[in-house]
Design a protein around this ligand. Sequence first.
Ligand SMILES: Nc1ncnc2c1ncn2[C@@H]1O[C@H](COP(=O)(O)OP(=O)(O)OP(=O)(O)O)[C@@H](O)[C@H]1O
Ligand SMILES: [Mg+2]
Length: 85
Amino acid sequence: MALCITITSTKGGVGKTTLTAHRGAYLADLGQTVLLVDADPQPTLSSYFPLRERAPWGLTRLMVEAATNGVISATTLDRLDSIFF
Ligand SMILES: Nc1ncnc2c1ncn2[C@@H]1O[C@H](COP(=O)(O)OP(=O)(O)OP(=O)(O)O)[C@@H](O)[C@H]1O
Ligand SMILES: [Mg+2]
């Protein structure tokens, strides 16, 4: 069963991205399969993890076309993938 964790705040610079990156990597390290979704229009989560494979599309395609193919980027960490704007 998938568990969805949303990290959000109306205030900037309070550690949303940092917490998301660390929690994601920690869960992947524990053996969970993790998909990080960066919905920030000024995304910085992508800078935390080197990519093994960069998807040609991202969150916009997922939301507008409800298509999941070509939107998930693979990081170099096992079990940790990501979707960016
Ligand atoms: N637990 C923490 N202790 C100390 N510094 C932290 C902690 N979490 C984050 N920071 C620092 O605070 C700053 C802002 O963190 P971060 O970018 O994660 O916030 P954010 O909420 O994602 O910001 P934004 O609203 O700009 O997206 C960064 O310099 C980060 O290194
Ligand atoms: Mg942020």
